[in-house]
Design a binder for this molecule. Structure first.
Ligand code: GLA
Length: 371
């Protein structure tokens, strides 16, 4: 189906009110991948219910209250592990080793050139064909409101140097989903792990996220070429349809005649976050997204320097997700807290190099509220 046909198909089915979804069945997620058991875990806090699988450390469902107290599943995904294996591979996982893009998959580190897998045009995306999202992670600890998973990314995997151990802990606390990352390596390497959920605050993959109101705490972005590889420039957002410093409806300017919007087929850009007012924990507010129809608001707090905002431009309605509903054109947004794309090839971008003896850490919080 063409994207245009998918838009037509999806337009007809946008009127249903958000419903309270049933939880996913654990048995539909039980299998073996990489010779390891894969399962589905249910976590609960006062406000949030989350289901997560160790396949790619993936968030499978995330139920938060709307303004009427209904629990709405605000992430796109699939009802079974088989559908995840055959569907959009970036629905909910941790992506890495290098999330986002590396130009032509090449980078030099300490004078050695490395070639990573090419899987996105002529470039490397989200850790390559067999990136972190495609593997079964170890489950190290599970509690009522928390789970810790880890993965050993072997030296040479997808072309990267060094054995990297990545550990991710998801914790629910009140209306917060807290993500803590840790990584170590035994040889110099680069990494840029991020959580790749497609959020749809309607809780309905047939209703476009163009209606969401978004604010991003960034005054600059990193312009790219047509393949979405940064040119190296850090440009002002002032006067562009990418400036979200004032909360704006996502669909309002998405079709504007602006080169960066053409390259991304909509929003697919790296925003340089304003880090000037960190809280006591060193986190800054990266973005706030709000859906007027049901009052759900999500804020993202992070210690990362950048945020990729992707407006679901490649969904075409052919993939069938939860509730037997298609993942429709622009019916999911990714807001990925991370370093800059292609940083290993730009000395003026903050470094994403990790060396033996160092520990990489990241904390990002998704905070839910209603208005
Ligand atoms: C990221 C990229 C997008 C797209 C999605 C996955 O957000 O920036 O271009 O590849 O992942 O579909």
């Amino acid at each position: 189906m063409t994207a245009a046909a998918a838009i037509m198909l999806c337009v007809g089915c946008t009127t249903e009110a958000p419903r309270t979804e049933a939880l996913l069945n654990q048995s539909d997620y039980q299998t073996q991948i990489d010779g390891k058991p894969v399962d589905l875990y249910t976590l609960q806090s006062e406000g949030i219910t989350m289901q997560v699988t160790n396949y790619g450390a993936r968030i499978a469902g995330l139920w938060v209250p709307d303004r009427d107290g209904n629990k709405v599943d605000v992430v796109l995904g699939y009802p079974t592990i088989d559908q995840h294996l055959n569907g959009d591979g970036y629905a909910g996982p941790i992506v890495g080793r290098y999330g986002n893009r590396i130009g032509k998959g090449k980078f030099s580190l300490d004078g050695v050139e490395y070639q990573t897998t090419i899987n996105n045009g002529e470039n490397h995306l989200h850790g390559g064909i067999g990136g972190w999202s495609t593997h079964a992670w170890n489950v190290d600890n599970v509690g009522d409101n928390t789970i810790t998973m880890s993965y050993l990314s072997a030296d040479g995997e997808e072309g990267y140097p060094g054995n990297v151990i990545i550990t991710v802990t998801y914790t629910l606390a009140g209306n917060d989903l807290i993500l803590d990352y840790r990584a170590t390596t035994d040889a110099p390497t680069v990494l840029n792990p991020t959580s790749h959920c497609y959020f749809n605050l309607h809780g309905d993959s047939e209703v476009s996220t163009n209606s969401h109101v978004l604010r991003i705490n960034a005054a600059e972005y990193t312009p790219t070429d047509a393949g979405l590889i940064p040119t190296g420039e850090i440009a002002t957002l002032e006067g562009t349809p990418l400036d979200f410093r004032t909360a704006t409806v996502i669909g309002e300017r998405i079709e504007e005649d602006f080169e960066a919007l053409k390259f991304g087929a909509g929003y697919d850009h790296n925003f340089v976050l304003d880090k000037s007012t960190p809280n006591e924990a060193g986190l800054t507010e990266a973005a706030v997204v709000y859906e007027p129809a049901n009052g759900i608001e999500m804020s993202i707090l992070t210690d990362q320097v950048a945020l990729q905002f992707y407006s679901g431009n490649f969904f075409d309605g052919t993939s069938i997700g939860k509730g037997d509903k298609p993942l429709c054109y622009r019916a999911g947004i990714a807001l990925e807290a991370q370093g800059y794309p292609d940083a290993p090839n730009h000395d003026n971008f903050p470094s994403r190099v990790l060396r033996p003896g160092e520990e990489y850490t990241q904390q990002t919080i998704y905070r839910f509220a209603t208005k």
